[in-house]
Every structure is written in C-alpha cells, then in structure tokens.
Design a protein around this ligand. Structure first.
Ligand code: SAM
Ligand code: SF4
Length: 452
C-alpha cells in the first residue's frame, strides 16, 4: 500500500451504465483501497463520493444532476469534509463544463484518467479547490491498475477499450476513444491469476470483442484469445459485446470447441430493416445477420442468443419497425435489451429530423417488448425437466430462502436453499438444479446432489 493522505478516509461509488463502467469503478475502488481508504455502503458515511456516469442515453445523463444535488443534504462525513468526484463518460464528454451546473462537485476525471483519480482527490482535500483531468492523451491504461473485485468467484476482464465503429446514433467512440487492445499474454496471465485465486467465471469485455487484436496484429485474434483463455482452467467464459460484422467463422468454431465458452452469444442487431441498418452505419444487412445466426446455430444448436435493439431511430417507418419485429420473431432471442432512440448531440443521427410522434414510438416499443417476452418465455421452456448447473450468486432479494444462480445459458435460476445448508456457503459454488418451472425471466427447481 502506498503512503497517501487519503489513508483512513471512507468512500462510496455509484455507477451508472454498462459493464465497462462497472469495471472502471472496480479500478477506482482498487486505487482508493491501495491508498488505505475504506469502502462504505452509502454516501452518508463517505468522505469521498464518486459517481461513474454514462451518457449513452439521455436518461442516464440527467440522473447525475439529481444524484449530485442530493449529496448537499447529506449529514457531515466522518472526516469532516466530503469530496465529490465525477468520472465516466459524461465527465469525459463535458469536462470542466460540468463544474458550472454541479456546484458541489470537486473533482472531474475522464475515462482515460482513472489512474489519476487518487491524486486529484488528494489535491481537492488539500487545497479545497476544484480539479479536472479529462485529457484524451492520458494513456496509462486503467487495465494495468489495481482493482477491487466485488465477488471472488467471477470477474470482468477488459480485453480492449474504445470503439472504431461510429454507429451513427452512438456517443461511445467520442467519449471512449479508438479501439485499443490489451496485450494478449497480459489477458491470459490475468485469467490464470484469477483462476489461482478461485475465480470460476470470467466475462471478457470490450465494445466489439470480435475485433480484439486488430490494432496489435493487423488482424483480429479473438478466436485465438478464446482458446488460450479456455486453456487457463477457467470454468466459464462469457464475452460481450460482439459486433455482427466482425464475428468470424473461426470465432464460432472456438465457441463450439472450447468447453469453457458458455453457449451464450450477445449479438446486437439494433434493427431488422436493412434501410435503417445502413443509416445506423452498422455495415451488415438483415439477411447477413440472419445468415450469421444460422451459422452460429449450426455449430451450437442450443445457443442462447441475446441482442440490443433500438426503436425510433430517426425516420424509422412502420414498415422498418415491422422488419425488426419479424427478425426478432424469427431469431427467437432468449433475452434482449430494448431501447428507445435517444438523440446524442455530436453524432450524425442527431442531425436527422424525425417527424414520428412519440406515442407511435412508444407503442412500437411496447409491441417489441411483447415479442421479446414471448421468445424469452419460449426459450426457457426448453429447460423444463432438465438438470441445469447453476453458479450461485446469493439469494433472491425478495425471498432469502431461495438461491439465485446463473445457468451456462445466462438464465437466472432459483431454488430453495437445501435443508441444513447456509445460503452464504453456496455462493460461488455450482449446484445442479432440476428445473420444474420456466418463466419469462427465470427458471426454478430443486437442488440435487452436492455443490462443487
Ligand atoms: N458496443 C456495443 C455493441 O455494439 O453491441 C454496445 C454498447 S452501447 C453502450 C449499448 C447499447 O446501447 C447499444 O447496443 C445500443 O442498442 C444502445 N444505444 C447506443 N446509443 C444509443 C442511443 N443514442 N439511443 C438509444 N440506444 C442507444
Ligand atoms: Fe456504439 Fe456501435 Fe461502438 Fe457499439 S459498436 S459502442 S453501438 S459505436
């Protein structure tokens, strides 16, 4: 642990947005832990409050303002002075501009500046000033910093940062910069170390994992990475996100052949209309996407497919939307994240006028949600009567007598805690569950045999 004036201070981090942000928060925690700080459960007990922000959609953007101003009414912190820091995508996008509207914020640090968070907070405590660091040239990768994992049995492993795709609606490439892959051996070594420390499941993270390695080797090496990570002894590998235009046949082969790669694939489609896909700059057609799905299913017949879909892209017509509905019906997703288009200033799509009334977009959104619910329900029926291995994460929030775990197909699995066993002792263990109930968003059944 390095000597730091932050030693003994308490901190609390609230994270908005995607897994990449959640993992960045683990890096911020790791930095603060290494300075001798102590994490607490709520902002009221914290000397340091950190907000990790997201600007992918407007809703996440506006929430930051409410959160920061609610800090004003908190009781005084244990150390007498509270420093509020804002990181993540909004910090990177707006930089010092945020200080005007957020008058109680002391530190702003961008997505490339996580390595500097502790020194910025130290300075704010020392001089009472406001400190901002959002340089795009801060290249010390967050991925080489200490991190603090929330759980000891599973971990996120970023394999690359940034994105080169510039989908026309999306702000991510502007706030996260260009694709930058981590060194191959560093990733494999990290997973080896995680396995040694008892981790059983990793999720490889990137905005477009399929192009992993293109910047290092001149060509993608994701399939090779999957095989090497599979050789570390890790029991379960998930990965996200996968861009359909870059999903290569050798990656599908690796998914089918590496036993630890779970039969689950998140393949964001965004729209089922080739016309809209072109306007979105997605670089594939409806037909190419469906063909890809067929090829994946040929190799991995029970694959659980999930996706992201945007409803209400500017100029989307009823006919375009119906193409999305029919694609979703045809694919039969096990899960989908559905979003209403949110205009992001600075992106090409923000310049396209849209005459479509909000009620029409909402009505379409609800129709899509219904199709997804039906396909998720149908997918889960396939587990009825089967024995499913579930990695136990804890108990259900609503009912502590029920275990909550995850199947290899990324399904939530519930089961009563077996008699004579403490639920806490099963966290991180894999138990077999005989499934007798299959609902839209979960399976339920009875634990059989011994946990392992
Ligand atoms: N890189 C990932 C991919 O392409 O699959 C996605 C990352 S993005 C954080 C997650 C999802 O947010 C996207 O797949 C898209 O569906 C959605 N999204 C991005 N920009 C959006 C916008 N302006 N409005 C609504 N949804 C948006
Ligand atoms: Fe955004 Fe497209 Fe990059 Fe995903 S691939 S982060 S949607 S620009």
């Amino acid at each position: 642990m390095q000597a730091s004036s932050l030693s003994g201070k308490t901190y609390f981090i609230r994270t908005f947005g995607c897994q990449m942000n959640l993992h960045d928060s683990e890096r911020v925690s790791g930095m603060l832990d290494s300075c001798g700080c102590l994490e607490v459960a709520g902002p009221e007990d914290a000397d340091i409050v950190v907000f990790m922000t997201c600007c992918v959609r407007e809703a996440a953007d506006t929430r930051l303002y409410g959160q920061c101003s609610s800090c004003k009414s908190l009781p005084a912190p244990p150390g007498g002075k509270r420093v509020i820091a804002v990181g993540g995508c909004i910090a990177q996008r707006d930089g010092a501009g945020l200080l005007t509207n957020l008058d109680n914020v002391d530190v702003i640090f961008g997505t490339h500046s996580i390595a500097h968070v502790a020194e910025l907070i130290e300075e704010a405590f020392a001089d009472g000033g406001r400190h901002v660091r959002c340089e795009e040239t801060d290249l010390e990768p967050a991925t080489s910093m200490p991190w603090h994992r929330a759980e000891n049995y599973r971990a996120w492993v970023p394999i690359m940062t940034g994105c080169n795709n510039f989908c026309s609606y999306c702000i991510v490439p502007y706030v996260r910069g260009r694709e930058k892959s981590r060194p191959f051996e560093q990733i494999v070594d990290e997973v080896r170390g995680l396995v040694r420390s008892g981790v059983r499941e990793v999720t490889l993270l990137g905005q477009n994992v399929n192009s992993y390695g293109r910047d290092l080797f001149g060509e993608p090496r994701f399939a090779e990475l999957l095989r090497h990570v599979g050789d570390t002894g890790i029991e379960r590998i998930f990965f996200t996100s996968s861009h359909p235009k870059d999903l290569l046949p050798e990656t599908i082969d690796a998914m089918a052949e590496v036993p630890a790669v779970m039969p689950q694939l998140h393949l964001a489609v965004q729209s089922g209309s080739t016309r809209i896909l072109k306007l979105m700059n997605r670089k594939y057609t409806r037909e190419a996407y469906l063909d890809l799905i067929d090829r994946v299913r040929d190799r991995i017949p029970d694959i659980a497919l999930s996706t992201d879909i945007i409803v209400g892209f500017p100029g989307e017509t009823e006919e375009d939307f119906e193409q999305t509905l029919s694609l979703a019906e045809q694919v039969g997703y096990a899960q989908a994240f559905t979003f209403i288009y949110s205009k992001r200033d600075g992106t090409p799509a923000a310049k396209i006028d849209d005459p479509t009334p909000r009620e029409v977009i909402l009505e379409r959104f609800n129709r899509l949600v219904k199709v997804i619910e039906d396909s998720a329900f149908a997918y889960n029926q396939g587990a009825l009567g089967r024995r499913v291995p579930a990695l136990i994460e804890g108990t259900s929030k609503k009912d502590p007598s029920r275990l909550l775990g995850k199947s290899p197909w990324n399904q939530t699995v519930h089961a009563p805690v077996p008699d004579g066993i403490e639920a806490a002792d099963l966290v991180g263990k894999i138990v077999d569950v005989d499934v007798d109930v299959a609902r839209t968003w979960y399976l339920s059944g009875t634990v059989v045999g011994s946990p392992r």
